[in-house]
Design a protein. Structure first.
Length: 319
């Protein structure tokens, strides 16, 4: 039997390989997430797979079926920002990625690579990671109660309810002279959002410079000071300098922040509380576990850190 795959459309293969690489890359990045965050995610996981998705065949590779559920799983592995477009938007690339993955697995198994020592080492590491994460997740889940979540909600509500926030647009430019030119365009009646789409070098350019609502401390100080000093509908008549460049700012709205309902915030509350509990669980376990620490060369004993050691917090997403 010929073990070599035959492809009629090399361009689709490239797309498939690219898509699979993206999924693998995200998986590797995800493995660097904190143990605490993983524990929270495990404790939050309540959704099961449907029987229908496990039965619907969406492709076959050398007779081996690929099920709808395989596509759903691949979709869930994508970064949140990518998933926002919906599964249908990514179905073609996901399908090809899963096909390529299945094909490579089949050809690898024909060579009995599942018995390769490298594969066995990776399986052991994966098993250790799953045992670790499930163990921590179970401990965290047992401690999270509805009362604790509601208490956390009350604390956040007291801290955030009624805080002033504004909604603004901006055009980000590299030079002060270009920012002054944009201000002149706006003062002669040109549309701010369209100018932002055309000239802004910021990430919000595609949506007309819209930054949505933000608190004063959620932006760098020069930007916040300028935005909060404006009245609704006004623009800054002088360019505003920040570490990112030169801004022209328009104030769209001003309001008092209103807390979302408890139910809408429940997932975030579970993550926040779970992070706290995870850190505490790890600290408590370390305190009661015999651990010997040595220098990098293994020759000198090292004392335990003075501060409690806990899983590192996941980095905050950039705006």
């Amino acid at each position: 039997m010929n073990n070599k795959p035959h492809f009629k459309d090399l361009s689709m293969v490239r797309v498939a390989l690219f898509g699979m690489a993206a999924i693998v890359s995200f998986t590797l990045l995800s493995s660097k997430e904190s143990l605490a965050e993983k524990g929270v995610l495990l404790s939050q996981s309540t959704s099961g797979t449907t029987g229908a998705a496990k039965k619907i065949v969406v492709a076959r590779v050398v007779g081996e079926p690929i099920y709808q559920q395989d596509i759903i799983s691949a979709f869930r592995a994508l970064p949140p920002r990518v998933r926002r477009a919906g599964l249908n938007r990514h179905y073609s690339s996901l399908l090809e990625s899963v096909i390529v993955a299945k094909m490579l697995t089949l050809y690898g198994r024909r060579l009995k690579l599942e018995n390769d020592p490298r594969v066995k080492r990776q399986l052991k590491r994966a098993e250790d990671a799953l045992v670790r994460d499930v163990y921590l997740g179970d401990l965290v889940r047992k401690q999270i109660t509805d009362k604790i979540l509601r208490d956390e909600y009350k604390i956040l509500a007291k801290r955030n309810e009624g805080i002033e926030e504004v909604r603004a647009r901006h055009v980000l430019l590299q030079t002060e002279s270009k920012a002054k030119e944009i201000i002149n365009f706006i003062n002669t009646g040109q549309n701010f959002a369209e100018l932002a789409k055309k000239y802004s070098i910021g990430r919000t350019a595609s949506r007309g410079g819209d930054l949505n609502y933000f608190k004063r401390d959620e932006m760098v100080k020069p930007f916040s000071d300028a935005a909060f000093a404006l009245k609704v509908g006004q623009i800054t008549q002088k360019p505003v300098k920040s570490d990112f460049g030169w801004h022209v700012i328009k104030l769209e709205d001003r309001r008092k922040r209103k807390m979302p309902t408890f139910e809408k915030m429940r997932p975030m509350l579970r993550q926040k509380v779970g992070q706290k509990f995870s850190n505490q669980v790890v600290s408590d376990l370390l305190a009661q576990t015999k651990v010997q620490r040595f220098s990098f060369d293994g020759k000198t004993a090292r004392a335990a850190p003075q501060e409690s050691v806990s899983p590192p917090a996941a980095p905050k997403p950039s705006r």
